[in-house]
Ligand binder design. Structure first.
Ligand SMILES: [Mg+2]
Length: 386
């Protein structure tokens, strides 16, 4: 019996550093995808980005860019279409893994741009998602600097004329009391950090408020509440933008938020062991190289396989990426997870992004020049198996 006949073979492609280098798009991307398609090999794109776009929008932008960079190749052969099902953005797994249980619950949404992030939350079925900046706007005392920032004035009381007569102030306290009462009837159930928030102070203040209490207008700290789950979609600490040196990304935001949550619990005189337990129980990470994301990618690749997701003799998954610490690390962890089973991953490391000649490859099966060579190598490997 031929070894490869009943194997499921599929590819996961990273985007940044593989199909695109900075602002430039690879001329080889389209041909590589067409080649994989013509060999009946299903593929998905896996990125720690997303920017608050839906999978359909991200996919259609990606397709336009890959096709136009492909030039001559675009004129021939059918297009390998990066449709929504092929897109695994940093937060994509949440749609099936988190959102069904949170549909009717109040959820704090962190990330910008606001409208886009809210659109994704709605598309995922979340009916009561509250964006952090809307929350701060609805309850103006939550962020003491917001009004001053908007007016371009100093926030110190001494520098400003008294804005409201006493009676009006009493009124605003009353409305805060009303808000607290209605919040008590509908507490927060989770925090979703979907992508980078633009206003770190506000995002951290509101998130720590909710971590300390599911009804933060009513109670500063609720000692009896279950640990508040906070989900982060992207673990990357730094990211490459147009600046010559990398900039802080969502992983950095998490470090800041976590440190301030911990310090706030200490300031509240919460016991050290309770602080440790709360931090351990609340924080959950998604995105490459986490197991949560790789398990999701595997399932998506199974669903896209020509023969469907049914049982097969073997599964061989390939990850094409430029980042040893993220793409290759995910492969390494997946192989530990699947040890002793018939499912395995191979990492194909490209030289067009983060990885530079001589760097640690973190167990990559091969190092190739770019995405075109990566697909050729995978097809060669598979030809040997048959
Ligand atoms: Mg990359």
């Amino acid at each position: 019996m031929k070894r490869g006949t009943s194997a499921r073979v599929a590819i996961a492609f990273d985007i940044d550093g593989v199909f695109k280098y900075g602002r430039e798009w690879s001329a080889d991307g389209l041909a590589a995808l067409q080649k994989a398609s013509s060999h009946g090999m299903p593929f998905v794109f896996v990125t720690n980005g997303g920017g608050g776009l839906t999978e359909a929008t991200y996919g259609s932008h990606l397709k336009d860019k890959v096709v136009s960079a492909g030039g001559q190749a675009a004129a021939h052969a059918e297009l390998a279409v990066p449709e929504a099902k092929r897109m695994v953005l940093s937060y994509t797994p949440w749609e099936s893994q988190l959102c069904p249980d949170l549909r009717e619950s109040k959820v704090l949404l962190v990330g910008d741009p606001k409208e886009k992030v809210i659109e994704v939350a709605k598309a995922y079925g979340l009916k009561k998602a509250v964006h952090y900046s809307d929350y701060a706007q609805q309850h103006p005392t939550v962020n003491p600097f917001r009004a001053a920032m908007e007016a371009g004035t100093s926030h110190t009381a001494v520098a400003n004329a008294t804005k409201q007569p006493i009676s009006a102030k009493t009124q605003s306290f009353l409305s805060l009391a009303d808000a607290a009462a209605s919040e008590a009837a509908d507490p927060f159930k989770a925090i979703l950090v979907m992508c980078d928030p633009y206003l770190w102070y506000e995002a951290i203040q509101v998130s720590v408020d909710v971590l300390c209490s599911p009804t933060p207008l009513q109670l500063e700290y609720d000692p009896h509440a279950e640990p508040m789950p906070i989900h982060f979609s992207n673990p990357d600490f730094l990211s490459k933008f147009e600046h010559p040196y990398p900039r802080f990304a969502q992983g950095a935001f998490k470090i800041a938020l976590r440190a301030l949550y911990e310090a706030k619990l200490r300031a509240l005189r919460v016991a050290e062991e309770t602080i440790g337990e709360k931090l351990g129980a609340s924080f959950r990470q998604w995105g490459k190289p986490t197991e949560a994301t790789f398990r999701f990618v595997e399932q998506r690749l199974r669903d896209l396989a020509p023969g469907g997701a049914g049982p097969v003799a073997a599964e061989r998954f390939y990850m094409v990426g430029d980042n040893p610490a993220s793409d290759m690390e995910g492969v390494r962890r997946a192989n530990i997870f699947h040890r002793g089973s018939t499912t395995s991953w191979k990492g194909v490391l490209v030289k067009t992004g983060v990885y530079k000649e001589g760097d640690e490859t973190n167990g990559a099966a091969v190092v190739v020049k770019g995405v075109g060579e990566a697909v050729d190598w995978i097809l060669e490997q598979e030809a040997k198996m048959n």
